[in-house]
Design a protein around this ligand. Structure first.
Ligand code: MTE
Ligand code: LUZ
Ligand code: MOS
Length: 779
């Protein structure tokens, strides 16, 4: 599928386990089916299985909950409701507005009301359908604009202003106003939500679950059961994908499984089937925009007034930081001098929307790309030229390098990166060739687009930017690492192991990362915001460095010379022109009673944020990228295909170019699904009707372009990140903006005028056809 990438090892590193394209640490286990996910663990004797009973109504007071028929199903052991929590029935990650099991009222169709525990998974699922529940319906608000009109929000509105947007808008020679929207997206991790709760001694609890945030699970469970945190141990070896959907919303499943296990003192597993998973959990926020833009004849944006409505769903969950990230990404790669941005989190009677790869960043950035696409059509310019006219200034261009929230862009490479991609992708020649093709092809139309991105790296909630690690060196020279990050397929454990191997000068095969475990590292942050390797890599480096320093002192005392001149290299220790193996030094250290394990800690420096003024320095650095996509659209059916995609991504000095390439490809295809085929549909009663792969279409391998060229941009982080690398998890999700705008470009070609196709996201085949129809009818 993929072709080239610059896999050359980094030059500056003298020992290169970091920076090399090592395979994922579990690659062999993955392909052999031997990697253990939570549901693969051997079940303990006496294990019971739980299922959830879900609300049939979107908004109602719960009348009578008759669970007799549920209890009578053969195999059923117990039924639990909100009243059974000894502690706090609450899983809201920031604000406590999120019950684990609904009490008194239901706020969306699909909200869990009770849990039934049975001998088998199948029995529990069947029983859960048999409840007799009466509801006293309340008016349900299902649409974001409806909630906005009613002023119904889950959080106070946000506002950011810079310069004098009113005057700048009035004085701008040209003006563009409108509304637009992008849809939500289901995370569709292949492994669904699951928790396995095992009672431990006393009232203790050991919970194995699929979560990006073991510490948060520990806290939710401890509060729900009225226990101290030290009584609850949460463990996760790996997830079969999280994509943000297991950052906060694994808590409901962990909370319910543990509630059942607590009362029954037996192990209880709660595994969501796909329909329940999609009906219960929140998704990417759909966004609804109002924009008013002032610009000039060169296509330069002079002023912008932007309103964003994020559909939060029934509770706050992570909507606050999601909306903040959206506000901080409406600039994407462009300098916006005078802006007025408002963002609200609309309260609707639907699932509580949550983190999803990009975390509001894509929803912020795509709006300005849409605006630029509109400006280009209005001025009859190539959209790429409008883009480059609006880029942030180069780093020495004082005045055009401060973001609307006040952070200086000190690492801008977008000019060079886009120039390189424009040339390597033959953008201009292909533009001409496509125009010629379209002129002679009445039904099939091609389209082309290049879109850039700039993505801020760090949790925008400053205190979350911390991490811890433990490194243990054993007497056979093997090394065990544990850190607060979780593995969801993104290759975090591989990268952290590479950092430790590099630090100790040993081969990667000598290092193993063990399961994330709240008994090992306390008070961890979610593995999110693409910061997994930045934070945990630095923490593990800190731990490994402390061990290396002790070993260096020992080597110097044995061989002479200075400790800081001791070299650890390829399993060998070189000191004062003498050498011994790492293993010999370890054994010597043990006999000399030197500590061979250490903890490590890292807190990202120089971050601050004022939530009231929405200004500060929320990001450690920016990751840049750009993509060129070429599509072909069948104007009679609305079907289309991505023919070729060229990507250039700035991973700084990549920790692992092979893993980064996989992340870029995966994010690109996932983002393409969001903007094209993935459509969430709720019926007029507020029930999600697209709750299985039969009705919700994620991309398949056949949707990947036959010609897919992914390259890493030669760069080095100016910020002191781990080995000067840059994050890669989320930013490439913005690259398939180019697919959406290429489709729009193809549609525009059916009209001789350069008019704007009315196209919102997702651009499903139906909406593509509607846009084509509109182009014909209004000609
Ligand atoms: N890659 C895989 N294979 N599976 C995932 O669930 N999640 C993404 C990204 N890449 C994800 C993934 C998201 S939402 C984030 S925030 C990052 O990985 C988290 O990991 P990192 O910080 O270690 O990059
Ligand atoms: N901020 C952010 C967050 O930028 N990304 C996240 O994933 C996140 N999660 C929780 C709180 N703030
Ligand atoms: Mo990723 S959305 O920050 O889990």
């Amino acid at each position: 599928m993929s072709q080239t990438s610059n896999l050359s090892p980094t030059t500056e590193l003298e020992w290169t386990e970091a920076g090399r394209p090592h395979p994922h640490e579990s690659a062999v286990l993955h392909v052999c089916g031997n990697a253990n996910y939570t549901d693969d663990l051997p079940e303990l004797q006496g294990t019971l299985h739980a299922a959830l009973g879900l609300s049939a109504q979107a908004h109602a007071v719960i009348g009578n909950m008759n669970l007799e028929r549920v209890r009578q199903v053969p195999g059923v052991v117990a039924v639990f409701t909100a009243a059974d929590f000894p502690g706090d029935n609450q899983c809201g990650p920031i604000i406590r507005d999120d019950p684990i099991l609904a009490a008194e009222k239901v706020h969306y169709a699909g909200q869990p009301l009770f849990a039934v525990v049975a001998q088998t998974h199948e029995q529990a699922r069947r029983a859960a359908r048999l409840a007799d529940i009466t509801y006293h319906p309340l008016p349900a608000v299902l649409h974001a604009r409806e909630a906005d009109a009613a002023g119904s929000y889950v959080l106070p509105p946000m506002h950011l202003q810079r310069g004098n947007p009113e005057t700048a808008l009035e004085q701008a020679p040209l003006r563009l106003r409108g509304q637009w929207q992008v849809g939500g997206q289901e995370q569709f991790y292949l492994e669904g939500q699951i928790a396995y709760a095992i009672p431990a001694e006393g009232e203790g609890m050991h919970v194995v679950c699929s979560t990006q945030h073991p510490s948060e699970m520990q806290h939710v469970i401890a509060r729900a059961l009225g226990l101290a945190s030290h009584a609850v141990r949460v463990e996760c070896r790996r997830m079969g994908g999280g994509f943000g959907g297991k950052e906060s919303q694994s808590a409901l499943w962990a909370g319910v499984a543990t509630l059942c296990a607590h009362h029954l003192r037996r192990p209880v597993k709660l595994r969501a089937d796909r329909d329940d998973d999609m009906l219960v959990t929140g998704k990417r926020h759909d966004f609804h925009y109002d924009y008013d833009i002032g610009f000039n004849a060169d296509g330069r944006i002079l002023a912008a007034r932007i309103g964003m409505i994020a559909r939060a769903g029934f509770s706050a969950d992570l909507s606050g930081p999601v909306a903040t990230r959206a506000v901080c990404h409406v600039d994407n790669a462009y300098y916006l001098s005078d802006v007025d941005i408002r963002a609200v989190c609309a309260r609707t009677n639907t699932q509580s929307n949550t983190a999803f790869r990009g975390f509001g960043g894509p929803q912020g950035a795509i709006l300005i790309e849409y605006v630029i696409d509109e400006i280009a059509r209005q001025l009859d310019m190539d959209p790429l030229d409008v883009r480059t006219h609006n880029f942030y200034g180069r780093n020495d261009d004082e005045g055009r390098n401060i973001t609307h929230y006040g952070q200086k862009v000190a690492d801008n490479v977008i000019h060079e990166l886009v120039a390189e991609l424009e040339s390597s992708s033959d953008y201009r020649q292909r533009r001409t060739a496509i125009a010629a093709f379209n002129a002679t092809s009445p039904v099939l139309k091609k389209g082309l687009a290049l879109t850039p991105h700039k993505f801020g790296i760090a949790f925008n909630v400053t205190h979350l930017n911390q991490a811890g690690a433990l490194v243990h060196v054993y007497l056979d020279g093997s090394v065990s690492v544990n850190h607060g990050g979780t593995e969801m397929g993104q290759g975090l454990h591989t990268k952290v192991a590479q950092v430790v191997a590099h630090e100790l000068g040993i081969p990667l095969s000598a290092v193993r990362v063990s399961a994330t475990d709240t008994d090992k590292i306390a008070n961890t942050s979610a593995t999110a915001a693409s910061t997994g390797a930045d934070l945990n890599g630095k923490a593990a480096q800190d731990a490994a460095r402390q061990i290396r320093q002790k070993l260096a002192q020992l080597a110097a005392s044995r061989f002479g010379g200075m400790p800081d001149q001791v070299r650890f290299h390829a399993g060998t220790v070189v000191c004062n022109e003498q050498r011994c193996s790492f293993l010999e030094l370890i054994q010597h250290a043990y006999l000399a009673r030197v500590q061979l394990w250490s903890d490590g800690f890292y807190a990202t420096p120089d971050l601050h944020w004022n939530g009231n003024t929405m200004t500060g320095h929320p990001f450690s650095y920016y990751a840049y990228g750009a993509a060129v996509s070429e599509v072909i659209v069948d104007t009679l059916t609305g079907e289309w295909k991505l023919l070729r995609a060229d990507i250039l991504y700035d991973a700084g000095q990549s920790l692992n170019p092979a893993i980064d390439q996989g992340q870029i490809e995966g994010a690109f295809i996932q983002g393409m699904g969001w903007l094209t085929t993935e459509e969430l549909v709720w019926n007029s009663q507020g029930k999600l009707t697209t709750h299985a792969p039969s009705t919700y279409k994620i991309p398949a391998i056949s949707d990947c372009p036959a010609d897919f060229r992914v390259k890493l941009f030669a760069n080095r982080n100016v910020t002191d990140s781990i080995h000067r690398s840059k994050a890669v998890g989320e930013p490439p999700l913005l690259l398939p903006f180019s697919v959406f705008f290429a489709i729009r470009d193809a549609i525009a070609s059916v009209s001789v005028h350069r008019r704007s196709p009315p196209l919102t996201a997702p651009a499903t085949a139906e909406s593509i056809l509607r846009a084509i129809h509109a182009m014909h009818t209004s000609e």
